[in-house]
Design a binder for this molecule. Structure first.
Ligand code: ZN
Length: 194
């Protein structure tokens, strides 16, 4: 819109309905890339054979990995369940543990699952127009509890934070969200490993 020389800003679109961008390719996580993440392993195997569907996708804008930069993008988790467990992201700690993140919900209905190494658990609801502050030291995962709508969030975190997926892949989260009597319900993870 304005022609200003030497300003290293960028401008990109994120669609409010799809969460996707015309200017950038997302990173995609199909079901087959989530082995060991859902607690019902039999249901997982059956679903992968039937339909290796896209569970979620998100953007890595490739900003410099410095503490002065801000990494950002959208995350889109599609509706569905594996057994009675809702579709969700793998979840991660930040490599620099004490770095926070903000998620602003643009569309859908979900939960942000958070857990620190001491075992304190926090869960916040994500609905359009609400923002969740994930404090430093908390692993975090988005869970879509809607039956038919994608959960779309915009996230931002310090550029140097890094991602530690391995701890969650190995241990899991202490709590899971499953559907019981038609409602999202928090349960202890039967597969959690201390
Ligand atoms: Zn994060």
């Amino acid at each position: 819109m304005f022609n200003v020389a030497n300003v290293k800003s960028t401008l990109i679109d994120f669609d409010l309905v799809s969460g996707l961008s015309k200017g950038k390719e997302p990173i995609r996580r199909n079901l087959s890339k989530m082995k060991g993440i859902f607690y019902d392993r039999d249901a997982f195997d059956a679903e992968v054979r039937k339909d290796d569907r896209l569970v979620y996708e998100f953007f890595d804008m490739g900003v410099p990995e410095t503490s002065g930069d801000v990494a950002y993008g959208t995350s889109i988790t599609y509706p569905g369940k594996i057994g009675d467990e809702f579709h969700m992201t793998k979840g991660h700690f930040h490599t620099v543990l004490d770095t926070a993140e903000v998620y602003y919900c643009l569309r859908g209905h979900g939960l942000m699952m958070m857990e620190n190494p001491e075992g304190e658990v926090e869960v916040q609801e994500l609905v359009a127009g609400k923002a969740v502050y994930v404090p430093g030291r908390y692993a975090h995962r988005s869970i879509n509890v809607s039956a038919n709508e994608p959960l779309i969030t915009f996230f931002a975190f310090p550029g140097h934070a890094g991602h530690d997926y391995g701890t969650i892949e190995t241990k899991g989260f202490r709590k899971l969200v499953v559907e019981r009597d038609g409602k999202p319900t928090l349960i202890d993870n039967p597969r959690w490993q201390s």
